[in-house]
Every structure is written in structure tokens, then in C-alpha cells.
Design a protein around this ligand. Structure first.
Ligand code: F6P
Length: 531
């Protein structure tokens, strides 16, 4: 059964939220703190290794009550159940959405088309575990009999962003293997990666859910040609692995069936790092740590599925984003992790959020007349402080932001960590308070404050806490999509550009640009005349 279709802006609760917005919009957040000494306690959630402080937002208890009413009015609880139990909530593609099943307990039963999918998930995980162990212990050998030293993941979008972000974020658990990622169809980058690896000791994982993506297949073909300069066709089976839900296409491409790690159509590309798409993660940090990542995500799944909305971190985050996006008209949202390990985290979230919720059509196929998908961007602190924080503090735009920080550093460098975290705490305070109560001689030195932030304070960056963090955002994205009354799990918006690129490639070969508009024609003429 599909998700219900309700225009959120036509609900009673939305109306009440609109009135409430008018009452609250001009109250400075700092005033809310002076008026309520329990504010920090009231607007925070302590959960396992997370402390989520959302008190520095333009909200009061009534805001939370009204959002709770909205969620009840749209029957959000039933949407959560449909999501977890494998109903085909990706209606436009007639698919279930079950990345949560990949980290579910093995004792659970989850049915897709009346078949329990847990045994299949278990057997693919077992295959990943055995493969990882044999590569790491040296039993798996390259075509000259050497131990494998390098792994190259060839994939794009969800087949790259999740695994590469996790491998980078958890680099402190790195095994002996070096892991590289080739995503863009940029030959210069491909050559740079290949210049670093030895064909005799490298395995290439071609990751493509569909096994039709032009960038990935072009890169895979080039890598194969490069490999065959030093090896024979027979050696391909030792060095080329595929991860795909399109097993037939992978076999057609020339990957031997035992080298194919399957995935399923009920795993969306941008939510697939928990599946065999995470093979590079498993090789890079070991299967045990990969498993801990999944467990961390499962803990967050349980929190999301079972907790009251008012104490539910992903739900609260979604409501806050909706509050700013749809009532205050703030269009963007920044993600600022205070850890260099998380430097690709906002890039990862861009796909997860914007490919999911960048939609213009509601669940009844009507074009929407309210704002959906926020623009997600970010950078690590403190680097970001020396770059775009000027705009955050004094710009004419307000940018709600998530500050993600850790109680403990990875390697225990307390001196640096205290400086890092002093900045972390100072920034959210400055953004909220500004220079209120201080004498400011010129407006150039005025900080108005009143800039909303969430603080996510986590005990340490481990596979488990990272798993929880990623799952937290996944569920936030889901919640927003349900309230916006859109389908979050398709991505038709990427198709037109792909189709036009195919035509243009053909036109470039024929040097025939007659059918294009004058701008595109001019550009193509210029490009082709520099051949
Ligand atoms: O073009 C967008 C997209 O379909 C993403 O949704 C997906 O993650 C990416 O391309 C890669 O797709 P595939 O894994 O099928 O190669």
C-alpha cells in the first residue's frame, strides 16, 4: 500500500502553525532563553552516545505540540510502519524501500512480494565477510600470486558517495589495504588513480545498481583495457568484482558470477552503503567494523520507529527544517561537522537529501505550490569559520545549521580537541546571541544573532556512532518527504540531462549541431573546433 496523499498546507495543524509563526517570528532566540531557564533541558534529547540540543531554534513548546498535531493529522505513524515493513512506498517505481532491512536483526522477517528477504541479506553479508577475510589475510591472490594491496571502487552517485564518505570518515580503522574511488568520467582523474596502483595487486569493484550508468561503464572499460596491458583475459576474474542488482548485465559485461555481489531493487542507490555497495567499506575497515556501522544504524532505526515524536531526533530535525523552509522561507541548510574525517559528509548528504526531496509533484501527481527540498551544503569547522561563516553571522540570509561535534577526539589529542570544541560551542552561541547586551559602536561590528542551530554532540566517531548519524539523516529525509507529500525514493529529475548528453555525444561524432538552440549550437561549434 502506498503512502497516503495529504496536502500538508491544507491541514488544520498547518493553519495553526501559520498563526503560531506570526506570533513567534519576531522573538529573538536569546529572549527565549532569558524567559525560560529550563529551555536547554526542555529542548534536548539524550540518546545513547548522542546529545541532541535543539534549544537554539526559534521555537517554543507550542511549536513542538503543533508539529506533533500535524504528524498525527497526516497519520505519520502509519507511514513509518509502511516504510519499515516493506510496503511499496516508492510507488512511482512500484518498489519497497528497505535499506533498514539491511541492518535489521537476523531474527526478523521482512516480506517483499510475500518472500522473506532476511535470509538472502544474510547470505550476501556472509559472502562479503568471507571475501573480506580472504583478501585481508592474503589467501585471495592477484594473478601473479601476490597479496592484494589496493582496492579501486568504480561507481557514481550512491554507488560512490556513501562508501567513499564512510571509508574516509573511519580511516582511523584502516586495514592494510589502500582504497581509491573513481566516480567521475574524468579521464585525468582515472589516470591519476591508475598511476598509483599496480595491476598485479589491485582489485576493481564495479558498483552499479543498474549496471547501465555510462560514467561507471566507461571507467570500467578503460580500467579493463589498462589492466589487460599487463595481464590476460583469464586474469580478469581475479581482479574484477561487480556489485549490482542487475546480475545479468554484470555477467554480460564479463564478470564471472561468483564475483558478483547482488543487491536488490528495494535498496535505493543513495541509501545503499549498507548493502554489498559497502564492500569497499568492509575491505577498508574490516567486516567487524562494517557490522558495527550497521548496528549503529539499527539502533537509530529503533529510536525512530519507537520513540514519541517529541523525543525523536530525526522527526524533530525534520520538523525544524520544515519550519524554516516553509514558514520562514530559509532555503538552505548547512552541515558543519567539527572533524576533518567528516569532510565529505555534507557532499554525501547532498545526494541523500536533494535527490530524494528535490521534487515538484505531490503524491497525487499534482504540481506543488509550496516549497520542498532544501539546499544542503557545508564544510568542516573550524575551516568553515575562516570561509563562509561571515555570511552566517552577518549576511542578509539566515542559514539554519547543524553543528556535529565529538566529546572525544579520535586519537586523544586533548589540547587540539579543546580548541576545536571551544570553537564549536562558541559559534552556536555567537550565532544565537550575537552582540546583544554589548555596546557596539558601528553597525559593521553588529551581530544580530537569532540564527538557529542544532547541536549534535556525539561521544566519539566510531563505526556505530557514524552508522547512527547517517541513519538519523536518512529518517529525517524520509519524514520531510512524507510531510511534503512527495515521493522521496525516485529520481526522474536526473533523466533528461542523461538523455540529452547521449544525443550530444552522437552529434559531436557527426559534427552536426543543426537541431540545437543557438546557445548550445555555438558552444558545440566552439568545442568541436578545438579538437
Ligand atoms: O543518476 C542518478 C543515479 O541514478 C543515482 O540515483 C544513483 O545513485 C547513481 O545514478 C548511480 O546509479 P547506478 O548505481 O545504477 O550506477
Amino acid at each position: 500500500m502506498s503512502l497516503k496523499s495529504t496536502n500538508p498546507t491544507k491541514t488544520n495543524s498547518w493553519n495553526k502553525l501559520r498563526n503560531h509563526f506570526n506570533d513567534i517570528k519576531d522573538i529573538h532566540i536569546d529572549t527565549m532563553f532569558t524567559d525560560d531557564i529550563d529551555r536547554a533541558e526542555k529542548f534536548s534529547v539524550s540518546w545513547k552516545y548522542f546529545y541532541f540540543d535543539f534549544s537554539k531554534n526559534k521555537i517554543n513548546s507550542e511549536t513542538i505540540t503543533l508539529f506533533n498535531d500535524l504528524l498525527i493529522e497526516i497519520d505519520f505513524k502509519s507511514s513509518i510502519e509502511k516504510y519499515f515493513s516493506g510496503e511499496k512506498i516508492n510507488s512511482t517505481e512500484s518498489r519497497a524501500v528497505l535499506h533498514t532491512a539491511l541492518r535489521a536483526s537476523e531474527n526478523q522477517k521482512i516480506l517483499v512480494n510475500k518472500k522473506d528477504i532476511i535470509p538472502e541479506i544474510k547470505s550476501v553479508k556472509e559472502k562479503m565477510k568471507l571475501f573480506t577475510a580472504s583478501v585481508l589475510n592474503g589467501n585471495y591472490k592477484g594473478f601473479k600470486g601476490d597479496k592484494i594491496t589496493d582496492v579501486v571502487n568504480i561507481g557514481i552517485g550512491g554507488s560512490d558517495l556513501g562508501p567513499s564518505m564512510v571509508v574516509e570518515s573511519l580511516s582511523h580503522y584502516k586495514t592494510d589495504l589502500n582504497t581509491y574511488f573513481i566516480s567521475n568520467v574524468d579521464g585525468d582523474h582515472l589516470n591519476e588513480v591508475l598511476s598509483k596502483v599496480n595491476p598485479e595487486t589491485t582489485i576493481f569493484i564495479i558498483v552499479s545498481k543498474t549496471f547501465t550508468t555510462i560514467e561507471t561503464l566507461t571507467n570500467a572499460n578503460s580500467v579493463r583495457s589498462w589492466f589487460l596491458k599487463s595481464a590476460s583475459e583469464n586474469d580478469i576474474s581475479k581482479h574484477f568484482i561487480a556489485v549490482s542488482s542487475n546480475v545479468e548485465k554484470a555477467i554480460e559485461y564479463g564478470i564471472s558470477s561468483e564475483n558478483i555481489f547482488p543487491m536488490w531493487d528495494w535498496v535505493g542507490g543513495r541509501f545503499s552503503l549498507w548493502s554489498s555497495v559497502g564492500l569497499s567499506i568492509s575491505l577498508s575497515i574490516g567486516y567487524e567494523k562494517f557490522h558495527e556501522l550497521l548496528e549503529g544504524a539499527r539502533n537509530m532505526d529503533l529510536h525512530f520507529r519507537n520513540n514519541e515524536f517529541s523525543e525523536n531526533i530525526p522527526v524533530l530535525m525534520a520538523c525544524l527544517s520544515l519550519w524554516y523552509n516553509n514558514f520562514f522561507n530559509y532555503q538552505t541548510h548547512a552541515i558543519i561537522p567539527y572533524s576533518e574525517n567528516l569532510k565529505s559528509f555534507s557532499k554525501y548528504l547532498q545526494q541523500a537529501s536533494m535527490e530524494s526531496n528535490g521534487k515538484q509533484t505531490d503524491r497525487s501527481d499534482n504540481l506543488i505550490d509550496y516549497e520542498t527540498g532544501q539546499i544542503i551544503w557545508g564544510q568542516t569547522g573550524t575551516n568553515a569559520q575562516h570561509s563562509f561563516f561571515q555570511l552566517l553571522h552577518q549576511g542578509s540570509k539566515v542559514i539554519p545549521s547543524d553543528f556535529i561535534g565529538f566529546n572525544n577526539s579520535i586519537k586523544g589529542n586533548k589540547v587540539h580537541h579543546d580548541i576545536l570544541m571551544a570553537n564549536f560551542f562558541a559559534q552556536t552561541k555567537a550565532l544565537m546571541k550575537g552582540t546583544r547586551g554589548e555596546e557596539v559602536k558601528t553597525n559593521h561590528k553588529l551581530f544580530k544573532g537569532d540564527r538557529p542551530t542544532n547541536t549534535i554532540l556525539i561521544s566519539k566517531l566510531t563505526p556505530a556512532s557514524l552508522g547512527s548519524l547517517i541513519a538519523m539523516y536518512e529518517h529525517k529525509i524520509f519524514t520531510l518527504g512524507v510531510i511534503w507529500n512527495i515521493f522521496s525514493f525516485d529520481q526522474f529529475g536526473v533523466e533528461l540531462g542523461k538523455k540529452l548528453a547521449k544525443n550530444i555525444l552522437k552529434d559531436l561524432k557527426n559534427k552536426d549541431f543543426r537541431d540545437h538552440d543557438s546557445s548550445t549550437k555555438n558552444l558545440l561549434n566552439r568545442y568541436s573546433s578545438t579538437d
